[in-house]
Design a protein around this ligand. Structure first.
Ligand SMILES: *[C@@H]1O[C@H](CO)[C@@H](O)[C@H](O)[C@H]1NC(C)=O
Length: 407
């Protein structure tokens, strides 16, 4: 057996090559088939992982970096400087507060904000295209106090406003270094707007006036805007002043052509051709205007920069900017007179000041009984406010108010 086996193996080894090949052919085919399958599978896997990688790449590139492929991102970026992710931080628990609604838009509850002057003026310049209000709008008078620290005649004003909540808004622009606060019971409490430094006669005075107007415009209920000084008092009770202003067809910005050195003499030839010397006007700083005119003042980007550049001391922008701008652009809207009485009879750069002995019933009655045009008719009311009343006159004013002004 052993021998036959050996022989068999010997025999097979001695067979011709092609016969041996035929014997191994099935195995070779099987091997070739296996290799082919292997190559196909490995190639498929490779191309799958490649396409996977490509997908990942294209997805990550569209998420992280802004490629030129999707057109919106480069345009949207400047419009939305703050990512919306920051929003939820400001929204407290209440569901209502996170909602977009009219309430906060119509009447902001707070006068404090974080806007720069540029942002504030832009925001304040907005006006609804639909003229009818979809809510009960009670028009209010915005009293804008331009002071250094506390309002010196505050007790008198408190008396004036008492009982008329809802018909007025108060805004106080004080020196940024003033850190006092008004008692919670005061009408001035929480009404100080973000302010900047103001110097007598300087250009920053009209910047402060525009800042006050812009802050007051944020409240859509404000219809009339009156600038009040530290030494200013009302000459009539609230209902008389409110009715007078709300029904007035014009605004009250004093404007006249003064040919002397303190008038046209302050004009600068470089203001031409935007402003000619014939258009140059002078007037009192203490204005009263309606909402339409206030919107124009905060939106003015033509005349304001000219004054900024060419009306510096001894040109007093607060005596020329509004009179000139309004006389050129909106002469028909203006009465050209001021509602605030002041005594210039003593001459000089400052008007006469009134201290205690000068404040009498007869004096106040006289100021109340002046004749002026109102909505085209002659009337017995001319000035609604008067200055300059010093703090020392306060006790007398408080005493006379009920009798003379009917507070
Ligand atoms: C306000 O003053 C006017 C006179 O100017 C007077 O007729 C009116 O009764 C006063 N109003 C109130 C509520 O006292």
């Amino acid at each position: 057996m052993k021998g036959s086996n050996n022989q068999h193996s010997l025999n097979s080894a001695s067979k011709p090559f092609h016969l041996q090949l035929a014997r191994f052919l099935p195995y070779l085919l099987l091997l070739a088939f296996g290799v082919t399958i292997g190559i196909i599978i490995s190639f498929y896997l490779k191309s799958f992982s490649l396409s996977q990688q490509f997908n990942q790449f294209s997805r990550s590139s569209s998420q992280n970096a802004p490629p030129p492929m999707p057109p919106p991102p480069p345009i949207e970026k400047p419009i939305m400087p703050h990512p919306p992710i920051e929003k939820p931080k400001e929204v407290p628990n209440s569901n209502l507060m996170g909602q977009v609604g009219l309430k906060e838009f119509i009447k902001p509850s707070n006068v404090v904000h974080d806007m720069s002057d540029e942002e504030l003026l832009w925001r304040a310049s907005m006006t609804p295209k639909i003229r009818e209000y979809p809510f009960d709008r009670v028009p209010k008078v915005a009293f804008m106090f331009l002071v250094r620290g506390p309002v010196p005649l505050a007790p008198f004003w408190e008396m004036f406003f008492n009982g008329h909540e809802g018909y007025y808004s108060i805004y106080v622009h004080s020196n940024p270094s003033y850190d006092g606060s008004d008692p919670e019971s005061s009408v001035f409490h929480g009404r100080r707007i973000p302010s900047k430094i103001v110097e007598w006669g300087k250009f920053n005075m009209i910047e402060a006036e525009r800042r006050l107007l812009a802050n007051a415009l944020l409240d859509l209920s404000n219809q009339r805007f009156v600038l009040i000084s530290e030494s200013c008092i009302p000459l009539f009770n609230f209902s008389t002043i409110y009715t007078y202003l709300i029904h007035s067809t014009q605004s009250y910005v004093m404007a006249y052509d003064e040919h002397s050195p303190v008038g046209r003499g302050r004009y600068n030839i470089h203001m031409s051709p935007v402003i000619t010397i014939e258009q140059w006007r002078k007037g009192s700083q203490w204005f009263e205007m309606d909402r339409e005119l206030a919107l124009e003042v905060v939106s003015d980007r033509t005349y304001f920069p000219v004054f900024q550049e060419y009306c510096q001391v001894p040109c007093y922008a607060d005596e020329h900017y509004l009179p000139t701008f309004i006389s050129i652009m909106f002469p028909e809207k203006n009465s050209d007179r001021s509602l605030t009485w002041v005594d210039w009879s003593k001459g000089g750069l400052h008007p006469a000041k009134y201290v205690r002995p000068e404040v009498t019933v007869a004096f106040l009655e006289n100021l109340r009984n002046q004749k002026c045009k109102y909505n085209g008719d002659q009337q017995n009311v001319c000035f609604l406010f008067a200055r300059k009343f010093l703090h020392t006159s306060l006790t007398r004013l408080l005493r006379f108010a009920p009798r003379v002004m009917h507070f």
